[in-house]
Design a protein. Structure first.
Ligand SMILES: C[S@@+](CC[C@H](N)C(=O)[O-])C[C@H]1O[C@@H](n2cnc3c(N)ncnc32)[C@H](O)[C@@H]1O
Length: 203
């Protein structure tokens, strides 16, 4: 998702008080657990989660300013427990200097062509990169409408030594607390079911 011609997006993003360059021990005023979302888009999920869970710190990573600016526009009061980073997920080990406790991958780009496998956010190379930002237990939560990406992810997590703690082919029928993302809203309005998994690994 890339929105074109968003006036001043670069300036707005780089000067916004919730946008950080590095995630380190001084980012938040407390030592609460940190949850990360990669591919935050226009922010609905993370803004909703930060409001629902004030004792968890949330950080959203988005690679396009033109998208991130839309998330920032939705924020009136600055929450203590919410930050954003304008970086590519491939660089997380350079910019994340603390350990996180959970990672959300919501409606990630599916990259259907085989030659683009390494760009999928659940490919083994990304799973190896995520190990650098977790301490002892990796917890990854994925939601997607895309059945091929979901099947690929299930295989990838299993191959890489993860336990699948929960798997659903129709998340909205489950008894689970769920904050909707922009894409989730759009797809479920069209009648699509949402695939969901929670993958866990001890390192
Ligand atoms: C399909 S959209 C989904 C947005 C949102 N998570 C949702 O569910 O509505 C995927 C988002 O991930 C971002 N993205 C894709 N690859 C990324 C990467 N390598 N690093 C950071 N953001 C990425 C895109 O720019 C886009 O905003």
């Amino acid at each position: 998702m890339r929105l074109r011609n968003v006036k001043n997006a670069k300036v707005i993003v780089s000067s916004h008080p919730l946008v950080i360059k590095n995630l380190n021990q001084n980012t938040f005023v407390n030592n609460n657990p940190i949850h990360l979302e990669i591919g935050t888009g226009k922010g609905d999920f993370l803004i909703g989660m930060a409001s629902a869970f004030p004792n968890i710190n949330f950080v959203g990573i988005e690679k396009y300013e033109s998208v991130l600016v839309r998330a920032l526009e939705k924020i009136d009061e600055l929450p203590n427990n919410l930050r954003f980073m304008k970086i590519d997920a491939r660089e997380i080990d350079k910019y994340i200097k603390v350990k996180i406790e959970a990672l959300y991958l919501n409606f990630s780009d599916p990259w259907p062509k085989n030659r683009h496998e390494k760009r999928r956010l659940t490919s083994p190379n990304f799973l190896a990169l995520y190990e650098t930002i977790f301490a002892k237990h990796i917890n990854i939560y994925q939601k997607t409408d895309n059945k091929s990406l979901f099947a690929y992810s299930l295989t990838s997590f299993s191959k890489c030594g993860y336990t699948l703690k929960r798997v659903s082919l129709d998340l909205h029928k489950e008894d689970l607390f769920n904050v909707l993302t922009e894409y989730e809203n759009k797809f479920s309005e069209k009648g699509e079911t949402i695939n969901y998994l929670h993958a866990n690994k001890k390192i």
